[in-house]
Design a protein around this ligand. Structure first.
Ligand code: AMP
Ligand code: MG
Length: 405
């Protein structure tokens, strides 16, 4: 059995980026940028109006409230270009986003002007630059707009689009296959026969994998026997970069995942971690035609599945996806009540978080056993109670990981 810190280090050390490809912007949501991208243009590309109004020379408006009367030369909607230079005593009506004509320095909003028979009366003096958006005030040509390792979401994709970029180099998306073991399992919707339970982990793992940025290539229920498991491993490893199994990794008579992983060619990196829940967690690597495939053997209890996914599998998937920010987000919190445990294993305690005078307070979110599902939906964070601790008085500061489930 190894310590949590050691297990996590081994997992992260194994993680390596899978390769690069180029995808069009409309298929890039959730992908990770693989290269630095610089803008080829300035944004906005030209000086334009921030309001619907009248483009003016500032000095023309200096006469004071109501004293300025300018000749209206033209009207300019967004998307059109006024070629002439604005001379003294002249104005052009410009809509929001329309180019500000050369010679003009400010735009008078329609609300602060009156238009009368080809003339416009201005209400006050306007300083140069008022209501004008300068070329390049958002992005300057040549500026770095995306750094490698960035996840492309609406803000990043919008920025790329605004800079006229049509496709992006991204890291290859990891492919994940899921194997659900357990002869006791039946599917939600089926009749629950004596001795059977509904399979929660298929739904849990499908949701978690999809939220991690990986692509789920298959999810299968497998019988608890070596032959079925070995066949399932061989198929899954052929399709995926990561195989996640649920159940059958403990010390029970039907726990055949480890043996099957070995027979499929897996090299054990570790099995069993000094933690609660998910002590039987196993991690393997194998090679399929010189391509690495990693196997995470998660215990079957749904609490153990969820917690080990957040602590090990999600950071691993993020790292092989090319992300730089792969660790769980962490806050420090004070325990609102004392906590007692046995020495020897790190405990992940499901907690609710509340802010109190600018500090986080963590309160256990009810039942903690790894078979309990109901309190997971009440959980804001996982408090890490160190392996060596036995009794923590109320007020003890602990690390809390914020799951992304
Ligand atoms: P195992 O790790 O296979 O020994 O399973 C540990 C516990 O988790 C047992 O009580 C199983 O019935 C339960 N379990 C295993 N797989 C699932 C699943 N897919 N959904 C819900 N419970 C499960
Ligand atoms: Mg089982």
């Amino acid at each position: 059995m190894i310590a949590f810190e050691e297990a996590r280090r081994l997992v992260i050390e194994e993680a390596r980026i899978l390769g690069k490809e180029r995808v069009s912007l409309d298929l890039a949501a959730g992908r990770v940028a693989a290269e630095e991208i610089r803008s080829r243009i300035s944004v906005p590309p030209f000086r334009n109006s921030a309001v619907d109004g009248y483009a003016v020379r500032s000095e023309d408006t200096a006469a004071g409230p109501g004293q300025t009367r300018l000749k209206l030369l033209a009207e300019q909607p967004a998307g059109e270009y006024f070629r002439k230079i604005l001379r003294a005593g002249q104005t052009v009506k410009v809509m929001t986003g329309a180019p500000v004509p050369a010679g003009a320095e400010a735009v008078v909003p329609v609300e602060e002007a009156k238009q009368l028979e080809g003339f416009v009366v201005i209400s006050r003096a306007f300083k140069p630059g008022e209501n004008v958006r300068q070329a390049g005030e958002d992005v300057v040509r040549g500026q770095v707009i995306i750094k490698p390792g960035t996840v492309l979401k609406a803000p990043q994709l919008g920025l790329l689009a605004a800079c006229g970029v049509r496709s992006v180099p991204v890291y290859r998306q990891p492919k994940v296959a899921v194997l659900i073991t357990g002869n006791e399992l039946c599917r939600p919707g089926e009749k629950l026969r004596p001795g059977k339970i509904y399979d929660a982990n298929s739904t849990i793992l499908k949701t978690l994998v999809e939220s991690s940025g990986a692509g789920l290539v298959s999810i299968k229920q497998v019988r608890d026997n070596l032959k079925s498991l070995l066949a399932a491993f061989n198929t899954s490893a052929g399709q995926a970069d990561v195989v996640i199994t649920s159940g059958g990794v403990s010390v029970g008579d039907y726990d055949q995942v480890k043996e099957a992983a070995r027979r499929a060619g897996g090299r054990e990196i570790f099995w069993q971690v000094a933690q609660k829940p998910a002590k039987p967690l196993a991690f393997y690597r194998l090679k399929i035609k010189r391509r690495p495939v990693w196997i995470f053997g998660l215990p079957g209890n749904p609490g153990a599945v969820m917690i080990s996914f957040e602590e090990y599998v999600r950071p691993f998937i993020k790292k092989i996806s090319g992300r730089i920010d792969f660790w769980p987000r962490e806050v420090k919190a004070s325990l609102s009540v004392p906590f007692k445990k046995k020495k020897g294993r790190l405990n992940f305690v499901r907690v609710k978080l509340e802010e109190n005078l600018g500090r986080w307070q963590a309160t256990p979110a009810g039942k903690q056993e790894s078979g309990i599902i109901s309190t997971l939906s009440e959980t804001d964070g996982l408090a890490l109670i160190p392996a060596g601790a036995e009794f923590l008085p109320a007020g003890t500061r602990v690390k809390v990981h914020l799951p992304e489930w």
